[in-house]
Design a protein around this ligand. Structure first.
Ligand SMILES: Nc1ncnc2c1ncn2[C@@H]1O[C@H](COP(=O)(O)OP(=O)(O)OP(=O)(O)O)[C@@H](O)[C@H]1O
Ligand SMILES: [Mg+2]
Length: 321
């Protein structure tokens, strides 16, 4: 292992340990969030209220030394509520820029499907371009600008589902489930004492492992992680497989392949390896591809899930040795 990769894996390990001081369990969700952050992408987080979505993103920001802001999406939210606007200042007789919440590093976009398409697309455009245009002037966003957009899986009624074509702007869809009994018991116990999760986060116990500028530099280290030609071919076969499967109406586009390659490197680093394995590819297939696929309606009616379709696809594709 190169010294750079050793340093990266050591930082990732410390990051996880700091997060664990606040977030109980949810290891898989934490790792996927780190994959998103270290590949400079964005995440969709799906989970019912109260599973610590907000607390997770706040904790990630604290531990990685990044700014944090939150937007609650509502039906009357306007695009300028996201990007910002320029306001005429009477005293100075001039326009002043009012920066919107996108001018941050980690942005929690809560209940993204509660705002109409025009407002959603203002955010999606900012994600894609890492810049916003306010009154014809373009402003760059933070190099660490990362959106965590939440969706409530049970409250789709009266909401605006994300356009299918826009979903592939998100690297992963992270499903955040309810805690298991052991985790929930720990949570219950901690509420009795002085170490309730929020209190721990706000106390001095949780330390920033790196600063914001380190994050950008560490991303470069991922380039040293080896992806063998065969493994690269495997990723392409899996993505192309989604376009050839009968039960899938619309498969994943090449943006999925690009995202896949980057994400497997981050996952390898999280496992303390300097090379990507076929298992990294398998582990990421459903979270990377799931939200980008449209199943044929007849399959959806039969209750086949997209995860099952991807699982079947993986079983059909030859795995490199
Ligand atoms: N795994 C967990 N670890 C630590 N705290 C947890 C966990 N699950 C739930 N909690 C606690 O549950 C409460 C709710 O967390 P939070 O507000 O982050 O949820 P949320 O998913 O953002 O909910 P909402 O969808 O309503 O915004 C917090 O007080 C948090 O401490
Ligand atoms: Mg919340």
């Amino acid at each position: 292992m190169t010294p750079n990769i050793e340093r990266l894996t050591e930082i990732l390990e410390r990051t996880r340990n700091e997060i664990r001081k606040v977030i109980i369990g949810q290891d898989d969700v934490v790792d996927k969030s780190l994959v998103v952050i270290f590949t400079r992408q964005h995440a969709l987080i799906e989970g019912v209220p109260g599973v610590a979505k907000t607390l997770l993103v706040r904790t990630l920001a604290k531990v990685l030394g990044c700014d944090f802001r939150r937007i609650q999406f509502t039906p009357d939210l306007m695009p300028t509520d996201i990007t910002g606007t320029s306001v005429f200042n009477l005293e100075q007789g001039d326009f002043a820029l009012m920066r919107g919440p996108v001018f941050t590093s980690f942005l929690l976009a809560d209940e993204i499907n509660r705002a109409p398409a025009k407002t959603q697309s203002a955010l999606l455009q900012a994600m894609q371009e890492r810049a916003v245009t306010i009154d014809r002037e373009t402003h760059a966003l933070s190099p660490n600008f990362t959106v965590f957009a939440t969706q409530n899986p049970i409250e789709y009624e009266g909401t605006y589902p994300l356009p299918e074509a826009q979903k592939d702007r998100f690297l992963l869809k992270i499903a955040m489930g309810s805690p298991d009994r052991d985790s929930e018991l720990i949570l219950a116990q901690r509420m009795l004492g002085s170490d309730a999760p929020e209190r721990v986060l706000e106390s001095g116990v949780v330390e920033a492992v790196i600063s914001e500028s380190d994050l950008d530099e560490l991303r470069g280290t991922l380039e040293e992680i080896v992806v063998r030609e065969e493994v690269l071919g495997y990723i392409v076969d899996v993505v192309q497989g989604t376009r050839k499967t009968d039960s899938i109406l619309v498969g994943a586009g090449p943006r999925a392949t690009q995202a896949f390659v980057l994400a497997t490197r981050a996952l390898a680093a999280l496992s303390g390896r300097d090379f990507v394995t076929p298992d990294d590819v398998k582990a990421l297939a459903a979270p990377i591809l799931g939200h980008r696929l449209i199943l044929r309606p007849e399959h959806e009616i039969e209750g086949v899930t997209v995860e099952e379709v991807i699982q079947r696809l993986l079983e059909e594709i030859a795995v490199p040795r």
